[in-house]
Design a protein around this ligand. Sequence first.
Ligand SMILES: Nc1ncnc2c1ncn2[C@@H]1O[C@H](COP(=O)(O)OP(=O)(O)OP(=O)(O)O)[C@@H](O)[C@H]1O
Length: 584
Amino acid sequence: MNDLLRLLRLFKPYHGWMALGAFLSFITLLANVGLMAVSGWFITAMAMAGVAGVTMNYFTPSALIRLAAIVRTAGRYGERLVTHEATFRLLAELRVWFYQKLEPLAPARLEAFRSGDLLSRIRADIDKLDTVYLRLLVPLLVALLATLVFVVVLLFYHPLLALVEGGLLLIAGIFIPWLMNRLGHRTGQQMVMTKAQMRAALVNDLQGMGELLVYGADARHASEIQRLSQQLAQQQQKMSGLQGISQGALGLCANLAMWGMMLVAIPLVSSGSLAPPELAMLALFALASFEAVMPLPLAFQTLGETLAALRRIFELVDMQPAVQEPAQPLPMPEAFHFTFQDVGFRYGEAADTLQNITLDFPPASKLAIVGATGSGKSTLASLLLRFREPASGELLLAGQPIQRYSGEALRQHIAVVSQQTHLFNATLRDNLLLAKPDASQGEIETACQLALLHDFIANQPEGYDTWAGETGVRLSGGQAKRVAIARALLKNAPVLILDEPTEGLDPETARLVMRNIIQHVQRNRHSLLLITHRLHGLEQMDGIHVMDKGRIIESGTQAELLAAQGHFHYLAENSKLLGAQIKR
Ligand SMILES: Nc1ncnc2c1ncn2[C@@H]1O[C@H](COP(=O)(O)OP(=O)(O)OP(=O)(O)O)[C@@H](O)[C@H]1O
C-alpha cells in the first residue's frame, strides 16, 4: 500500500486531470442509472394511462430521458477522452522519471540485471501502472460516491429499499473484490514474474542465437521458453476463470437487488404508499446501479499484478548509485592531472580487484597499462571515468579528490574506446556524431582517416550513410572497432582512454592506427591511457605500468623495463610482435 501512496504522490501534477476524469465517469453513471429508472417509470405510467384511458404529461419524462441519454453519450466520450489523456500523460511522465532514476545507476548497478529484465521493467511494468488510475482509482471513487447517492435516494422511498440496495452493493463492491483479490493476488504477482522471465529469456536467446545454433542448444532453450509460456497460459487461465466467476457473482447481486426491490416495493404499492410506475422505476434503478461496482472485482483481482510491477519499479529506483554526485561539484580544472594514491577497489564482496595502486597520469602524457587478463586494467579506467569509487586510498584530479567533481561533467572531457564497443542501429555518420553532434563533415572524415576507416566508408554505395546495423552487425569486428576509435578521436577530448583498441585488427593496420592516434594526441597535447595486451608501439609511451593480480608490479619506460629483465621483459620475450617492433 505504501508503494501505491508513493505512486499517487508522483501523480501530483496530474491530480486535476485525474479528478476531472473521475467526475465525468460519475456523471455518466448517474445519467445511465437515471435513464433506466425514468424509462421504467415512463413506460409503466404510459401503459397504465392507456389502460385507464386518461391523458398524462409525457413531454417532461421524455425530455428527461433524452437529456439523460445525451449526457450519458457525451459523458462517456468525455470520460474516455479525459481518463485516457490523463493515463498517457501519467505514463509518459513515469517513463521519463524512471529513465532519469536509471541513468545514474549505469553501468555499475545495472550490471546485475539482465537486459531483457530491464526492458521489461521500463516497458511492461510501467504500462501496467495505467491500471492504477484507469482501473482502480476511478472505479473505486465512482463506486463509493455512487453507492452513497443511490442509498440516499432510496432512503426517500423506504429505509428497507436502501438497506437491500446498500447491502447488495457492499457485497458486490467490497466482498467480491476482496475475495477476488485474495484468490488472484498470488497468481497476479506470479504472472508479472513469468512475463518478465519470458522477456528476459527471449532477449537473451535472440542476442545469442548464433551461439545457440552453433552448439545445437537452440532446442533446449526453446523448450525453456515453451515451459514459461505454458506457465503463463495456466496463470492467465486461472485469472480468466476468476474474472468469469466475479462477473457472474456481480450479475447475481444485480438481479437479487432487482428482486429485492420488488419484494419490498410490492407491499408498499398495495398499501398505496408507492405509485405503481415507481415499482418499475425502482427495479430498473437497482439493476442499473450495479454498473457502479462492475469494474471493482477485476481491479482488485489484478491488484497483485499491479503491485508486483510497482515493486519492481521502486526496487530499481531505490537503488543507490555506485557513485554519489557531489552536492556542489568543483568546476572542471584547466589541466587533467590524475593521481592514484594507494588506491584499492573491490566488486561487492569479492576479493580485492585493485590494491595499493599508486600512479601519476599528468596532462599531455602517454601512459600504458599492461598485464595479464583479469589483472584489473579496465577497472582502473572505470575509476578514472567515475563509474566506480575507490574503496581505499585517494584518486585525485588536479589535486582534489575525484569525488568532488561531477561524474557527468568529467566524462565530457574524456573519450573512451572500451573493450566491448557498442554501435547503435543507425548510420555510420550517426554513430560517429554521438561523440560530437555538431561535427562537420571535414572533422568526421579526418577522424575516420586517422582510424584508417575513411577509404572503406567512401567505397560504400551510401558512404557515411551506410547502416551499421544493430550492435554494428553489418560491419566486421575490426571495422566496428575502428568506428569506435574514430568516434573517440572525433570527440577531441583532453583525455583519451583506449582499452584494447587494436583488438580485432591485423598487425599492420593496428600499427598504423596506433601511430596515427599517438600523433593525434601529441599534436593536440592530449593525454592517453592505453590499456593493452599487445606490446607494440609502447616505446612511444612516457610510462608503462605492469599489473598483476590487482597490483602494479613494475613501472618505467619500455627501455627501462626491458633492461630490468623483469615481468615486462618476460612478456616481451613471449611477444613476437614486440620482437618485430624492436627490430624495426
Ligand atoms: N562488473 C564486475 N563485477 C564483478 N567483478 C568484475 C566486474 N568487472 C570485472 N570484474 C572482475 O575484476 C577483475 C579485473 O577485471 P578487469 O576487467 O579490470 O581486468 P582486465 O585486466 O581489464 O582484464 P582483460 O585484460 O581481460 O580485459 C576480474 O577478476 C574480473 O572478474
